[in-house]
Design a protein around this ligand. Structure first.
Ligand code: 5GP
Ligand code: MN
Length: 335
């Protein structure tokens, strides 16, 4: 990574906007706020703007109360974007992933810096830091600060934010993307003040009764197709409403299917009446690429073993389409 130009750019005070993908997750919020605190310490005027709201279980992250949501804070967010000299786009690599912010982001003349770990990056940014082997954008932020020779600027707030995204994107340090370097970074973050036990509790031990009951509904709806080593779950808007659904409540549900012995491919289909779509999450083990599968059939993408997409068919037609595609993957799913 040649950081000379970046160092120069950041050498004088700038107006900076940091943005992340629609439906921000732990890595999107963690990386945005880690970079926010770091740039703030360098003396820049920095604003984090995300496309829309994020789950309540992220409401404790340091600096979270400063985050603007474009969907509801449109006016102030628009002026911040228009004033920006630099725009960092984090944890996504195609402007369409920024939802309703896509238009304004593609029109402004600010210098774009992308930091991301998803596959097939687009080329909208002047500076592209893309590493598809990285556990998380948060780990990339750590290395970004490291390459700027500023590791000593990582305080407990920055350490907490970075820890959060590495933890959520690695399934708590278990996915293949977790390397010995990831663990060394995590060790350093704990030394710098990340309270690991609290971070895990804040994210994973905040269930509500209705969320647990929704998990029960999802488990009840789980279907297994042994001949394709596939498991899938569907949740209708009615089932969500009956269980007091709030954003983030279905996070991780798709992994229940993948945890079944012998299953290599898992999907969840979640009806969203307001957006008129079925939101799809896909997970796999081993060689089967859900990134490619999602790109080819469900207008999405992501990583090799974790991707997302959508469908504008009804819930049952979407599931039917999914099942009808599987025979062409029978061989790869059975090797
Ligand atoms: P999740 O299933 O947890 O929402 O997302 C899994 C991964 O796929 C994440 O890295 C996420 O950023 C990515 N992803 C989710 N939905 C979409 C989508 O509609 N398009 C693309 N390109 N990536 C997605
Ligand atoms: Mn990520």
């Amino acid at each position: 990574m040649d950081m000379k130009e970046i160092k120069e750019l950041l050498g004088s005070p700038k107006n900076i906007v940091i943005t992340a993908h629609k439906n921000p997750d732990g890595d999107a919020i963690g990386s945005s706020l880690a970079l926010y605190h770091y740039l703030h310490s360098l003396g820049h005027k920095t604003t984090v703007i995300v496309p829309n709201e994020y789950p309540d279980f992220l409401n404790w992250v340091p600096g979270e109360n400063t985050v603007l949501k474009y969907s509801t804070d449109t006016e102030i967010a628009t002026s911040k974007i228009n004033e920006a000299d630099l725009i960092f786009t984090l944890d996504f690599n195609h402007l369409s992933r920024s939802g309703d912010m896509e238009t304004i982001l593609s029109e402004v003349s600010a210098t774009f810096i992308m930091i991301d770990h998803h596959q097939q990056p687009d080329s909208y940014a002047k500076y592209t830091f893309s590493d598809t082997g990285m556990s998380s954008t948060c780990q990339m932020i750590y290395h970004f600060i490291e390459n700027l020779k500023d590791l000593d600027k990582i305080d407990s707030k920055i350490a907490t934010c970075i820890y959060l995204g590495i933890m959520t994107d690695t399934g708590s340090f278990r996915f293949r993307s977790t390397t010995s370097t990831t663990h060394r970074v995590i060790a350093d973050l704990i030394d710098k003040g990340a309270d690991n036990t609290s971070i895990h509790e804040n994210i994973y031990d905040t269930n509500t009764l209705s969320r647990l009951q929704l998990r029960g509904v999802a488990l009840n709806n789980l279907e297994v197709l042994p001949e394709y080593k596939t498991a899938y779950i569907s949740l209708s808007q009615k089932e969500l409403d009956q269980n007091n659904f709030k954003k983030g409540d279905t996070e991780g549900f798709v992994n229940m299917g993948l945890s079944i012995d012998g299953i290599k491919f898992a999907a969840i289909f979640i009806e969203n009446k307001k957006e008129g779509i079925i939101k799809i999450s896909l997970r796999s083990k081993g060689d089967f690429s859900v990134n490619e599968f999602s790109r080819d059939h469900f207008e999405g993408g992501g990583h090799h073993n974790a991707a997302g997409g959508k469908s504008i068919l009804t819930l049952s037609d979407t599931v039917e389409k999914f099942i009808s595609i599987l025979p062409s993957y029978k061989n790869v799913l059975n090797t």
